[in-house]
Design a protein around this ligand. Structure first.
Ligand code: ADP
Ligand code: ZN
Length: 744
């Protein structure tokens, strides 16, 4: 482990410093080795822990962060000098501690975690000046035009502007401006752009809160004012005003000059959230997600590092931004598995956010209508406070949920909507309202086979069927939803060479759309999946079309399950309620409940009560029963009991170890070796090796261990003991997933 250097003094020329490089060196299992390199501080330079530096690395250079004093065991003739200290705000102590913590917990190389915290290397260079224009002092002879006059007017009583802005403000073409520059009427000045950061305004009042909302807000505001580590679960049915309540806490943090981070599981699709924020605080928050342009990323990163950004809303990666004075984190939809990063550094942003607030000693709010079992148990055991909002705002009723037993009320063959559901859709549309059909399956059909020989189209790289797509950008293709492999839908069977006699098996949203078009030729239906909604713009457009009632019926995957409020949407039909319940996933029941509960929450708001119909083959299943009765408590109780008895999380620790490689025999050998080497330890259980349910992904064969340990046990220590010294052959990779969410 690299020692965190929180209290080290500065280091002056001639001394050695340890520089952590943003490279996955020494990990995942040998964390500590090769994580930081020693360098000499050159003459005339002093360095502090946290400084960003450029250092030589082999024949090239690398950026890095001064992590502390060097350990002095590099020979003086071997050590190299730091090239330069970058003109960027240093990385705060608490962030370096956080990086070390995450690396240790997830068994990742500290450099791999640092890499996430240095995702915008450009931002480490000071901003470059831009060329702006002002009026020349001696005006050349020019023909007067109205357009030119407008340019003069803008500059007469304003600051110098860059060409594009000047043209925009004067409402003239850019050519008018460049003409004036050429004629010498405008002269260049170099300008440092200081972004206008008219940030969110905490003083704007927000809506008047109801009694219970106001009580909850009071508690959160006090926690922010008291300023110390403190975890609150804010729990309430969809539409109860959780967002309004935590906005009050955000306002309090801003008032105290603190920075705020709001984590949303799918920020790119949160158009409504952003609009509400801006309405409430008079300015948008800073966004952080993968859909930003490089220049916006660079600007936002810098604004956060310089403390100019008040509120940042982001996906999980926002946790690694260089906040200087973070005073509050909100993790909205805390139960969402989208918070789990499954590649590279495998971490859960919700859990790491709690760690971040503990290290930074400030409060955190976890928000959900269906909190995770982990969080519920933390509340029960007194580690987290809980605030509950019982009712929908404004007395709106929760939707009425009923089950459609597919065993007795079956749809016609190769149809997926039961007569009851069809009937409800008809009534809803006739009443001038909107409906949503939920099916968590992209594409046309999840499996395609040849009717003549039975050949099934399978991904060449994965243990998975190819999914036929007939619309959007994947039209006419068979696609693997695991690795992205795709091929055009063939006309001839590759196996028996018969002319296209293929059967589509089972429904995807596209097939459902076909059925809807057949049943209701006159309604305007729209599909919403990650294929049709590729980014924030498309999402915002969909939201607008639904809000303005340009669409009668939405067919969607989980992308439409959360967070949206549509006043005219009164019917939700769940096409296959059982979809998530199969398979050996620890959280299958919990996740299905959460997802369907969230989907149901889309129905009915304001004065129009909603109806939810769930089609299922298992109406007696506890998940279905809990959804019908609206009683989350009953479900949580049963599920908690089952987990406790099975000694599973949250009542035990779990880690997955996945061995993978291109050569199946080699992978098997490594897995067997590791299995034999697993140290025996009282109370600790190592299951496996077994082929992972997805035995092959992206051409890599996978074998899996599950390690279960009592809560009091140090899982990381055990994994180090087991795997720390093992060097797998070059082509085999060993990946550790602490607190696994995916069991594939
Ligand atoms: P949740 O986050 O619990 O789903 P929201 O905060 O999104 O609930 O509130 C649901 C809807 O009710 C939103 O449109 C919100 O603006 C409105 N709302 C909630 N509380 C109030 C309030 N006190 N005054 C006015 N509107 C409110
Ligand atoms: Zn594949």
């Amino acid at each position: 482990m690299v020692e965190s250097a929180a209290n080290s003094p500065y280091m002056s020329s001639g001394e050695h410093v340890a520089v952590l490089l943003p490279l996955p060196l020494g990990g995942p299992l040998g964390a500590g080795q090769g994580a930081a390199y020693d360098y000499r501080v050159p003459d005339g330079m002093t360095l502090n822990p946290g400084d960003f530096v450029r250092v030589p690395l082999g024949r090239r250079t690398s950026l890095g962060v001064v992590w502390g004093k060097g350990d002095g065991d590099v020979a003086p003739e071997k050590i190299k000098d730091v090239f330069e200290r970058l003109d960027a705000p240093s990385m705060p102590d608490v962030q370096r501690q956080f990086i070390d913590w995450v690396a240790a917990y997830t068994l990742s190389a500290p450099g791999a975690v640092l890499k996430m915290a240095m995702s915008v290397p450009d931002a480490l260079e000071p901003p470059k000046p831009v060329v702006a224009y002002r009026l020349a002092s001696g005006m050349p002879e020019l023909k007067k035009t109205a357009a030119r006059q407008r340019v003069f007017d803008v500059l007469a009583d304003g600051p110098p502007l860059i060409q594009a802005d000047l043209a925009r403000e004067a409402a003239v073409g850019v050519s008018v401006v460049s003409g004036l520059i050429k004629a010498g009427a405008l002269v260049p000045v170099e300008l440092m752009v200081q972004d206008d950061v008219s940030g969110p305004d905490w003083k704007s009042p927000g809506p008047e809160l109801s009694g219970s909302q106001s009580d909850a807000a009071g508690v959160l505001v006090k926690a922010v004012a008291d300023d110390g580590y403190d975890v609150t679960l804010l729990d309430g049915v969809p539409g109860s005003g959780k967002t309004e309540v935590y906005f009050q806490a955000v306002a309090e943090a801003l008032k105290r000059g603190k920075q705020v981070l709001v984590l949303l599981p799918e920020i790119a699709l949160s158009a409504q959230w952003l609009a509400r924020f801006e309405e409430r605080f008079g300015a948008p928050p800073l966004e952080w997600h993968s859909d930003l342009t490089p220049s916006v990323r660079r600007r936002n990163w810098r604004a956060i590092a310089e403390g100019r950004a008040g509120v940042v809303v982001g996906a999980r990666s926002a946790l690694f931004l260089p906040f200087v004075d973070l005073g509050l984190i909100v993790a909205d939809e805390e139960h969402e598995s989208a918070f789990k990063q499954e590649e590279g550094v495998i971490y859960n942003a919700r859990d790491m956010a709690v760690v971040r607030s503990s290290l930074g000693d400030f409060p955190i709010v976890l928000c959900s209508a269906t909190p995770s079992l982990e969080t519920v148990v933390n509340v029960d055991e007194g580690r987290y406070r809980s605030l509950h909002l019982a009712d929908r705002h404004g007395g709106a009723e929760l939707p009425d949920v009923s089950l459609v037993d597919l065993r007795t009320a079956a749809p016609a063959s190769t149809h997926w909507l039961s007569p009851v559901l069809v009937d409800e859709i008809t009534k809803t549309i006739a009443a001038g309202e909107q409906a949503m059909l939920f099916l968590n399956r992209r594409g046309y059909a999840p499996l395609t086979l040849c009717r003549t020989c039975g050949h099934r189209f399978q991904c060449p790289n994965c243990t998975a069927w190819l999914v036929e797509h007939r619309r959007d950008n994947k039209r006419g293709r068979l696609v693997c939803h695991h690795c992205g492999f795709n091929t055009s839908t063939p006309t001839v069977c590759p196996s028996c060479e018969n002319e296209g006699n293929f059967a589509a098996c089972g429904p995807g949203v596209e097939r459902l759309a076909e059925e809807v078009a057949e049943l209701f030729p006159n309604i305007r239906a729209d599909i919403a999946t990650s294929d049709s909604i590729s980014g924030p713009k498309a999402a915002a457009d969909l939201v607008r079309r639904i809000e303005e009632h340009e669409v009668d019926l939405i067919i969607g995957t989980q992308i439409v399950a959360k967070g949206y409020h549509f006043p005219m949407l009164t019917l939700v039909g769940v096409v296959d309620g059982d979809l998530g319940l199969s398979g050996g996933d620890l959280r299958a029941a919990e996740r299905t409940f959460q997802l369907l509960y969230q989907v149901a929450g889309r129905a009915g708001r304001a004065e129009r009560p909603g109806r939810v119909l769930i089609q299922t083959h298992m109406p007696e299943h506890p998940v279905m029963q809990a959804l019908v009765s609206g009683g989350r408590e009953g479900f949580v109780e049963t599920e908690t009991k089952a987990r406790r008895e099975a000694k599973m999380p949250p009542f035990a620790r779990l880690a997955a170890v996945v061995v993978s490689g291109k050569n199946a025999a080699q992978v098997d050998r490594v897995a067997m070796d590791l299995g034999r080497d697993a140290p025996r330890q009282e109370g600790l259980l190592v299951l496996g090796p077994a082929p992972a349910p997805l035995a092959m992904v992206r051409g890599r064969h996978r074998r899996r261990f599950l390690v279960r340990a009592p809560k009091a046990e140090n899982m990381q220590k055990y994994l180090h003991r087991w795997l720390g010294h093992y060097k797998p052959p070059g082509n085999v990779r060993i990946q550790v997933d602490v607190d696994p969410y995916s069991f594939l």
